[in-house]
Design a protein around this ligand. Structure first.
Ligand SMILES: *[C@@H]1O[C@H](CO)[C@@H](O)[C@H](O)[C@H]1NC(C)=O
Ligand SMILES: *[C@@H]1O[C@H](CO)[C@@H](O)[C@H](O)[C@H]1NC(C)=O
Ligand SMILES: *[C@@H]1O[C@H](CO)[C@@H](O)[C@H](O)[C@H]1NC(C)=O
Ligand SMILES: *[C@@H]1O[C@H](CO)[C@@H](O)[C@H](O)[C@H]1NC(C)=O
Ligand SMILES: *[C@@H]1O[C@H](CO)[C@@H](O)[C@H](O)[C@H]1NC(C)=O
Length: 365
Protein backbone atom coordinates (compact mmCIF):
# COMPACT_ATOMS: atom_id res chain seq x y z
CA UNK A 1 0.00 0.00 0.00
CA UNK A 2 1.53 3.28 -1.09
CA UNK A 3 2.40 6.03 1.33
CA UNK A 4 0.09 9.04 1.16
CA UNK A 5 -2.59 6.51 0.69
CA UNK A 6 -4.46 7.18 3.85
CA UNK A 7 -5.16 3.67 4.85
CA UNK A 8 -7.56 4.04 7.58
CA UNK A 9 -10.49 6.20 8.28
CA UNK A 10 -13.91 6.54 8.14
CA UNK A 11 -16.70 5.76 6.07
CA UNK A 12 -19.15 8.16 7.49
CA UNK A 13 -22.55 8.33 8.60
CA UNK A 14 -25.58 9.96 7.33
CA UNK A 15 -28.95 11.31 7.99
CA UNK A 16 -32.31 12.42 7.00
CA UNK A 17 -34.05 15.59 8.08
CA UNK A 18 -35.73 18.37 6.19
CA UNK A 19 -35.72 21.09 8.73
CA UNK A 20 -33.08 23.41 9.99
CA UNK A 21 -33.99 26.07 12.46
CA UNK A 22 -30.67 27.60 13.52
CA UNK A 23 -30.14 28.51 17.12
CA UNK A 24 -30.73 32.21 17.13
CA UNK A 25 -29.17 33.42 20.33
CA UNK A 26 -25.80 34.80 19.19
CA UNK A 27 -24.95 36.12 22.60
CA UNK A 28 -24.78 32.65 24.05
CA UNK A 29 -22.77 30.55 21.61
CA UNK A 30 -21.34 27.58 23.45
CA UNK A 31 -17.67 26.71 23.41
CA UNK A 32 -17.06 23.54 21.41
CA UNK A 33 -14.27 21.03 21.70
CA UNK A 34 -14.01 18.47 18.94
CA UNK A 35 -12.02 15.25 19.21
CA UNK A 36 -11.62 12.20 17.05
CA UNK A 37 -10.51 11.11 13.58
CA UNK A 38 -10.76 12.20 9.94
CA UNK A 39 -14.55 12.53 10.13
CA UNK A 40 -13.98 15.63 12.24
CA UNK A 41 -10.41 16.72 11.35
CA UNK A 42 -10.30 20.24 9.89
CA UNK A 43 -6.60 20.32 9.09
CA UNK A 44 -4.73 19.03 12.16
CA UNK A 45 -2.53 16.70 10.15
CA UNK A 46 -1.51 19.46 7.74
CA UNK A 47 0.56 20.83 10.64
CA UNK A 48 2.42 17.52 11.02
CA UNK A 49 4.97 17.53 8.19
CA UNK A 50 5.58 13.79 8.13
CA UNK A 51 1.97 12.73 8.70
CA UNK A 52 0.90 10.08 6.21
CA UNK A 53 -2.79 10.87 6.65
CA UNK A 54 -3.20 14.24 4.99
CA UNK A 55 -5.76 15.74 2.68
CA UNK A 56 -4.38 19.21 2.05
CA UNK A 57 -4.24 18.81 -1.71
CA UNK A 58 -6.81 18.80 -4.54
CA UNK A 59 -9.37 17.46 -5.39
CA UNK A 60 -10.12 17.68 -1.68
CA UNK A 61 -11.83 20.97 -0.90
CA UNK A 62 -13.17 21.48 -4.42
CA UNK A 63 -16.51 22.66 -3.00
CA UNK A 64 -15.00 24.57 -0.08
CA UNK A 65 -15.13 28.39 -0.37
CA UNK A 66 -12.53 29.34 -3.04
CA UNK A 67 -12.17 25.63 -3.90
CA UNK A 68 -9.42 25.40 -1.33
CA UNK A 69 -8.00 22.13 0.08
CA UNK A 70 -7.97 22.65 3.85
CA UNK A 71 -6.86 19.29 5.15
CA UNK A 72 -10.47 18.12 5.42
CA UNK A 73 -11.11 14.67 3.99
CA UNK A 74 -14.03 16.01 2.00
CA UNK A 75 -15.04 17.94 -1.08
CA UNK A 76 -16.10 20.76 1.27
CA UNK A 77 -17.14 21.06 4.89
CA UNK A 78 -17.33 18.05 7.22
CA UNK A 79 -19.46 16.98 10.17
CA UNK A 80 -17.51 19.12 12.66
CA UNK A 81 -18.27 22.17 10.51
CA UNK A 82 -21.95 21.42 10.13
CA UNK A 83 -22.40 20.84 13.85
CA UNK A 84 -20.62 24.12 14.54
CA UNK A 85 -22.88 25.83 11.97
CA UNK A 86 -25.96 24.43 13.68
CA UNK A 87 -24.66 25.93 16.91
CA UNK A 88 -24.39 29.34 15.23
CA UNK A 89 -20.77 29.42 14.06
CA UNK A 90 -19.56 29.69 10.47
CA UNK A 91 -17.60 26.46 10.61
CA UNK A 92 -15.59 24.30 13.03
CA UNK A 93 -13.15 26.04 15.34
CA UNK A 94 -9.55 25.78 14.04
CA UNK A 95 -7.17 22.92 14.77
CA UNK A 96 -5.30 22.96 18.05
CA UNK A 97 -1.99 22.73 16.18
CA UNK A 98 -2.85 25.98 14.41
CA UNK A 99 -3.87 27.73 17.63
CA UNK A 100 -0.81 26.81 19.68
CA UNK A 101 1.45 28.66 17.30
CA UNK A 102 -0.57 31.87 17.37
CA UNK A 103 1.48 34.28 19.43
CA UNK A 104 -1.38 36.36 20.79
CA UNK A 105 -5.03 36.18 21.62
CA UNK A 106 -5.09 32.54 22.63
CA UNK A 107 -7.85 33.00 25.10
CA UNK A 108 -10.00 34.92 22.63
CA UNK A 109 -9.60 32.25 19.97
CA UNK A 110 -10.25 29.67 22.59
CA UNK A 111 -13.51 31.13 23.55
CA UNK A 112 -15.08 29.58 20.44
CA UNK A 113 -13.47 26.25 21.03
CA UNK A 114 -10.82 24.06 19.51
CA UNK A 115 -10.73 21.13 17.12
CA UNK A 116 -8.26 18.41 18.15
CA UNK A 117 -9.41 15.71 15.71
CA UNK A 118 -6.70 13.98 13.70
CA UNK A 119 -7.29 11.78 10.66
CA UNK A 120 -6.11 8.19 11.08
CA UNK A 121 -6.32 8.21 14.89
CA UNK A 122 -8.32 5.88 17.09
CA UNK A 123 -9.39 4.91 20.57
CA UNK A 124 -6.30 2.75 20.95
CA UNK A 125 -2.92 4.49 21.05
CA UNK A 126 -1.56 1.91 18.62
CA UNK A 127 -4.11 2.82 15.96
CA UNK A 128 -2.53 5.09 13.37
CA UNK A 129 0.75 5.12 15.26
CA UNK A 130 2.70 4.51 12.03
CA UNK A 131 0.97 7.39 10.27
CA UNK A 132 2.19 10.20 12.52
CA UNK A 133 -1.18 11.36 13.69
CA UNK A 134 -2.46 12.58 17.06
CA UNK A 135 -4.00 9.73 19.06
CA UNK A 136 -7.12 10.41 21.10
CA UNK A 137 -5.04 10.18 24.31
CA UNK A 138 -2.68 12.81 22.95
CA UNK A 139 -5.64 15.01 21.93
CA UNK A 140 -6.90 14.87 25.51
CA UNK A 141 -3.42 15.80 26.77
CA UNK A 142 -3.48 18.80 24.43
CA UNK A 143 -6.75 19.90 26.00
CA UNK A 144 -5.23 19.47 29.47
CA UNK A 145 -2.26 21.62 28.52
CA UNK A 146 -4.50 24.26 27.00
CA UNK A 147 -6.73 24.35 30.02
CA UNK A 148 -3.73 24.60 32.29
CA UNK A 149 -2.36 27.57 30.35
CA UNK A 150 -5.73 29.19 30.11
CA UNK A 151 -6.08 29.23 33.86
CA UNK A 152 -2.96 31.41 33.97
CA UNK A 153 -4.62 33.91 31.66
CA UNK A 154 -8.15 33.93 32.94
CA UNK A 155 -8.89 32.54 36.39
CA UNK A 156 -8.97 28.85 37.14
CA UNK A 157 -12.63 29.19 38.01
CA UNK A 158 -13.51 30.71 34.62
CA UNK A 159 -11.42 28.07 32.87
CA UNK A 160 -13.34 25.33 34.65
CA UNK A 161 -16.63 27.02 33.87
CA UNK A 162 -15.66 27.23 30.19
CA UNK A 163 -14.87 23.52 30.02
CA UNK A 164 -17.90 22.50 32.06
CA UNK A 165 -20.31 24.44 29.87
CA UNK A 166 -18.61 23.39 26.65
CA UNK A 167 -20.07 20.95 24.18
CA UNK A 168 -17.74 18.02 23.46
CA UNK A 169 -18.16 16.33 20.10
CA UNK A 170 -16.35 13.01 19.64
CA UNK A 171 -16.23 10.90 16.48
CA UNK A 172 -13.81 7.97 16.71
CA UNK A 173 -13.56 4.18 16.47
CA UNK A 174 -13.52 3.44 12.75
CA UNK A 175 -9.76 3.34 12.40
CA UNK A 176 -9.45 0.86 15.26
CA UNK A 177 -11.83 -1.44 13.40
CA UNK A 178 -10.07 -0.97 10.05
CA UNK A 179 -6.75 -1.89 11.68
CA UNK A 180 -8.27 -4.91 13.39
CA UNK A 181 -9.04 -6.29 9.93
CA UNK A 182 -5.96 -4.99 8.17
CA UNK A 183 -3.67 -6.72 10.66
CA UNK A 184 -5.69 -9.97 10.57
CA UNK A 185 -5.95 -9.72 14.33
CA UNK A 186 -6.51 -12.98 16.17
CA UNK A 187 -8.18 -11.24 19.11
CA UNK A 188 -11.74 -12.58 19.32
CA UNK A 189 -14.38 -10.09 18.25
CA UNK A 190 -16.00 -9.79 21.71
CA UNK A 191 -12.64 -9.21 23.36
CA UNK A 192 -11.74 -6.58 20.78
CA UNK A 193 -14.99 -4.66 21.40
CA UNK A 194 -14.34 -4.90 25.16
CA UNK A 195 -10.86 -3.45 24.63
CA UNK A 196 -12.30 -0.54 22.67
CA UNK A 197 -14.94 0.13 25.34
CA UNK A 198 -12.39 0.04 28.08
CA UNK A 199 -10.29 2.58 26.17
CA UNK A 200 -13.41 4.71 25.57
CA UNK A 201 -14.22 4.64 29.30
CA UNK A 202 -10.72 5.86 30.14
CA UNK A 203 -10.96 8.70 27.62
CA UNK A 204 -14.35 9.86 28.88
CA UNK A 205 -13.15 9.73 32.48
CA UNK A 206 -10.06 11.76 31.58
CA UNK A 207 -12.22 14.40 29.91
CA UNK A 208 -14.62 14.36 32.84
CA UNK A 209 -11.72 14.98 35.21
CA UNK A 210 -10.80 18.04 33.13
CA UNK A 211 -14.33 19.32 33.68
CA UNK A 212 -16.19 18.03 30.61
CA UNK A 213 -19.89 17.35 31.22
CA UNK A 214 -21.74 17.52 27.87
CA UNK A 215 -20.84 14.88 25.32
CA UNK A 216 -22.19 14.55 21.78
CA UNK A 217 -20.82 11.21 20.63
CA UNK A 218 -21.11 9.43 17.35
CA UNK A 219 -20.60 5.71 16.85
CA UNK A 220 -19.23 4.18 13.66
CA UNK A 221 -20.88 3.86 10.26
CA UNK A 222 -21.35 0.53 8.45
CA UNK A 223 -17.66 0.58 7.55
CA UNK A 224 -17.99 -2.52 5.39
CA UNK A 225 -20.04 -0.48 2.89
CA UNK A 226 -17.44 2.17 2.10
CA UNK A 227 -15.87 1.90 -1.35
CA UNK A 228 -12.56 0.62 0.06
CA UNK A 229 -14.30 -2.31 1.77
CA UNK A 230 -16.61 -3.02 -1.16
CA UNK A 231 -13.43 -3.46 -3.15
CA UNK A 232 -12.06 -5.89 -0.54
CA UNK A 233 -15.32 -7.84 -0.66
CA UNK A 234 -15.16 -7.98 -4.45
CA UNK A 235 -11.56 -9.15 -4.51
CA UNK A 236 -12.20 -11.81 -1.87
CA UNK A 237 -15.50 -13.20 -3.14
CA UNK A 238 -15.98 -11.84 -6.66
CA UNK A 239 -19.32 -10.43 -5.50
CA UNK A 240 -20.60 -6.90 -5.14
CA UNK A 241 -21.86 -5.69 -1.79
CA UNK A 242 -20.74 -4.64 1.65
CA UNK A 243 -18.10 -6.49 3.65
CA UNK A 244 -20.39 -8.11 6.22
CA UNK A 245 -17.88 -9.15 8.88
CA UNK A 246 -16.78 -5.57 9.27
CA UNK A 247 -20.35 -4.30 9.49
CA UNK A 248 -21.04 -6.83 12.26
CA UNK A 249 -18.27 -5.29 14.34
CA UNK A 250 -19.44 -1.77 13.58
CA UNK A 251 -22.92 -2.69 14.79
CA UNK A 252 -21.56 -4.37 17.93
CA UNK A 253 -19.50 -1.26 18.58
CA UNK A 254 -22.62 0.89 18.59
CA UNK A 255 -24.53 -1.27 20.99
CA UNK A 256 -21.60 -1.64 23.37
CA UNK A 257 -21.09 2.13 23.34
CA UNK A 258 -24.78 2.66 24.03
CA UNK A 259 -24.49 0.49 27.17
CA UNK A 260 -21.22 2.08 28.22
CA UNK A 261 -22.66 5.60 28.08
CA UNK A 262 -25.80 4.56 29.88
CA UNK A 263 -23.69 3.04 32.65
CA UNK A 264 -21.23 5.88 32.88
CA UNK A 265 -23.99 8.45 33.19
CA UNK A 266 -24.87 6.86 36.54
CA UNK A 267 -21.27 6.66 37.69
CA UNK A 268 -20.16 10.20 36.82
CA UNK A 269 -22.49 12.79 38.33
CA UNK A 270 -23.78 15.60 36.10
CA UNK A 271 -22.69 14.01 32.86
CA UNK A 272 -25.08 14.51 29.94
CA UNK A 273 -24.72 12.77 26.63
CA UNK A 274 -26.26 12.14 23.29
CA UNK A 275 -25.22 9.19 21.12
CA UNK A 276 -25.65 9.34 17.35
CA UNK A 277 -26.23 5.98 15.69
CA UNK A 278 -24.01 6.41 12.65
CA UNK A 279 -24.63 2.83 11.66
CA UNK A 280 -28.38 3.17 11.33
CA UNK A 281 -28.30 6.64 9.79
CA UNK A 282 -26.03 5.42 7.03
CA UNK A 283 -27.40 1.97 6.35
CA UNK A 284 -30.89 3.45 6.00
CA UNK A 285 -29.59 5.73 3.28
CA UNK A 286 -27.74 2.93 1.52
CA UNK A 287 -30.73 0.61 1.60
CA UNK A 288 -33.31 3.22 0.65
CA UNK A 289 -34.09 3.00 -3.06
CA UNK A 290 -35.42 6.56 -2.92
CA UNK A 291 -32.23 7.77 -1.34
CA UNK A 292 -31.12 11.33 -1.93
CA UNK A 293 -28.02 9.86 -3.52
CA UNK A 294 -27.97 8.12 -6.90
CA UNK A 295 -24.65 6.56 -6.06
CA UNK A 296 -24.01 4.88 -2.71
CA UNK A 297 -21.18 2.49 -3.59
CA UNK A 298 -18.54 4.31 -5.62
CA UNK A 299 -16.29 7.13 -4.46
CA UNK A 300 -16.72 10.41 -6.31
CA UNK A 301 -12.96 10.92 -6.34
CA UNK A 302 -10.43 8.10 -6.76
CA UNK A 303 -9.25 5.53 -9.27
CA UNK A 304 -10.14 2.02 -10.42
CA UNK A 305 -12.91 -0.27 -9.20
CA UNK A 306 -15.40 1.72 -7.07
CA UNK A 307 -12.83 4.53 -7.40
CA UNK A 308 -11.33 2.74 -4.40
CA UNK A 309 -8.03 1.53 -5.82
CA UNK A 310 -6.33 4.87 -5.37
CA UNK A 311 -6.67 7.91 -3.13
CA UNK A 312 -8.41 11.12 -4.07
CA UNK A 313 -5.69 13.40 -5.38
CA UNK A 314 -5.14 15.86 -8.21
CA UNK A 315 -4.83 13.17 -10.89
CA UNK A 316 -7.69 10.94 -9.67
CA UNK A 317 -11.04 10.63 -11.45
CA UNK A 318 -13.58 13.17 -10.28
CA UNK A 319 -17.34 12.66 -10.64
CA UNK A 320 -19.20 15.52 -12.29
CA UNK A 321 -22.03 15.86 -9.77
CA UNK A 322 -20.82 15.57 -6.18
CA UNK A 323 -24.35 15.96 -4.86
CA UNK A 324 -25.30 12.57 -6.28
CA UNK A 325 -22.65 10.69 -4.32
CA UNK A 326 -22.70 9.39 -0.77
CA UNK A 327 -18.92 8.88 -0.77
CA UNK A 328 -16.31 11.48 -1.54
CA UNK A 329 -13.27 9.18 -1.49
CA UNK A 330 -12.69 5.53 -0.69
CA UNK A 331 -13.39 6.08 3.02
CA UNK A 332 -15.15 9.40 3.52
CA UNK A 333 -18.59 10.85 2.92
CA UNK A 334 -19.30 13.83 0.70
CA UNK A 335 -20.12 17.25 2.07
CA UNK A 336 -23.79 16.66 1.31
CA UNK A 337 -23.79 13.40 3.28
CA UNK A 338 -22.15 14.98 6.33
CA UNK A 339 -24.55 17.91 6.16
CA UNK A 340 -27.52 15.58 6.34
CA UNK A 341 -25.83 13.58 9.10
CA UNK A 342 -25.27 16.67 11.21
CA UNK A 343 -28.92 17.67 10.86
CA UNK A 344 -30.00 14.23 12.00
CA UNK A 345 -27.66 14.34 15.00
CA UNK A 346 -29.06 17.71 15.90
CA UNK A 347 -32.75 17.27 15.36
CA UNK A 348 -33.28 13.58 14.68
CA UNK A 349 -35.57 11.12 16.50
CA UNK A 350 -34.38 8.55 19.07
CA UNK A 351 -33.88 5.78 16.51
CA UNK A 352 -30.97 7.85 15.19
CA UNK A 353 -29.81 9.78 18.23
CA UNK A 354 -30.52 8.97 21.86
CA UNK A 355 -31.44 9.34 24.66
CA UNK A 356 -31.70 12.99 23.53
CA UNK A 357 -30.56 14.69 20.35
CA UNK A 358 -27.73 17.22 20.12
CA UNK A 359 -30.17 20.14 20.14
CA UNK A 360 -31.62 18.96 23.43
CA UNK A 361 -28.15 18.31 24.81
CA UNK A 362 -26.96 21.81 24.05
CA UNK A 363 -30.10 23.59 25.21
CA UNK A 364 -30.86 21.59 28.26
CA UNK A 365 -29.03 22.94 31.28
C1 LIG B 1 5.11 26.03 15.91
O1 LIG B 1 6.22 26.90 15.90
C2 LIG B 1 7.44 26.27 16.28
C3 LIG B 1 8.52 27.32 16.40
O2 LIG B 1 8.39 28.26 15.37
C4 LIG B 1 7.78 25.20 15.25
O3 LIG B 1 8.97 24.53 15.59
C5 LIG B 1 6.65 24.19 15.24
O4 LIG B 1 6.88 23.22 14.23
C6 LIG B 1 5.33 24.87 14.96
N1 LIG B 1 4.27 23.92 15.14
C7 LIG B 1 3.35 23.73 14.22
C8 LIG B 1 2.33 22.70 14.56
O5 LIG B 1 3.30 24.36 13.18
C1 LIG C 1 1.38 26.58 27.40
O1 LIG C 1 2.39 27.42 27.87
C2 LIG C 1 3.69 26.95 27.55
C3 LIG C 1 4.69 27.85 28.25
O2 LIG C 1 4.34 29.20 28.10
C4 LIG C 1 3.85 26.95 26.03
O3 LIG C 1 5.13 26.46 25.67
C5 LIG C 1 2.79 26.05 25.43
O4 LIG C 1 2.86 26.08 24.02
C6 LIG C 1 1.43 26.47 25.89
N1 LIG C 1 0.47 25.50 25.43
C7 LIG C 1 -0.72 25.85 25.02
C8 LIG C 1 -1.57 24.72 24.65
O5 LIG C 1 -1.09 26.99 24.97
C1 LIG D 1 -3.85 -10.67 6.17
O1 LIG D 1 -4.38 -11.74 5.42
C2 LIG D 1 -4.44 -11.49 4.03
C3 LIG D 1 -5.21 -12.62 3.36
O2 LIG D 1 -4.81 -13.85 3.88
C4 LIG D 1 -3.02 -11.33 3.50
O3 LIG D 1 -3.05 -11.08 2.11
C5 LIG D 1 -2.37 -10.15 4.21
O4 LIG D 1 -1.04 -10.01 3.82
C6 LIG D 1 -2.43 -10.33 5.73
N1 LIG D 1 -2.01 -9.09 6.34
C7 LIG D 1 -1.18 -9.06 7.38
C8 LIG D 1 -0.83 -7.71 7.91
O5 LIG D 1 -0.73 -10.07 7.89
C1 LIG E 1 -23.00 -1.75 32.77
O1 LIG E 1 -23.39 -1.96 34.11
C2 LIG E 1 -23.87 -3.27 34.34
C3 LIG E 1 -24.42 -3.33 35.76
O2 LIG E 1 -23.51 -2.71 36.65
C4 LIG E 1 -22.73 -4.26 34.11
O3 LIG E 1 -23.19 -5.58 34.30
C5 LIG E 1 -22.23 -4.12 32.70
O4 LIG E 1 -21.08 -4.91 32.50
C6 LIG E 1 -21.86 -2.69 32.42
N1 LIG E 1 -21.55 -2.59 31.01
C7 LIG E 1 -20.62 -1.80 30.54
C8 LIG E 1 -20.41 -1.82 29.07
O5 LIG E 1 -19.94 -1.08 31.24
C1 LIG F 1 -2.39 10.07 -7.06
O1 LIG F 1 -2.30 8.78 -6.49
C2 LIG F 1 -1.79 7.78 -7.37
C3 LIG F 1 -1.78 6.47 -6.63
O2 LIG F 1 -2.98 5.86 -6.81
C4 LIG F 1 -0.39 8.15 -7.80
O3 LIG F 1 0.07 7.20 -8.74
C5 LIG F 1 -0.40 9.54 -8.42
O4 LIG F 1 0.91 9.92 -8.71
C6 LIG F 1 -1.00 10.52 -7.44
N1 LIG F 1 -1.10 11.84 -8.06
C7 LIG F 1 -0.62 12.90 -7.46
C8 LIG F 1 -0.84 14.20 -8.16
O5 LIG F 1 -0.05 12.86 -6.36
Amino acid sequence: MAKKYIPSFLCLFVFLANFVPHLADDAALPTIFILGDSTADVGTNSFIPDSKARADFPHNGIDFPNARPTGRFSNGFNSADFLAKLLGFNRSPPPYLFLVNQTTGHHKLLHRGVNFASGGSGLLDTTGSKLNVVSLSAQINQLASLSNNLSNVISQASTEATVTNAFFFISVGSNDIFEYFKTNSTIPKEQFIDNLMSAYTNHIEALYNLGARKFGIISVAPLGCCPAQRLVQKLLTGKDGCFGAMNDIALAFHSALDTLLYNISYQLPEIKYSLGNAFKMTIDVINNPHSKFQNVDTACCGTGTFNAQGPCNATAELCPDRKKYLFWDLFHPTQKATHLAAETLFFGPPIYVSPINFYQLVNNN
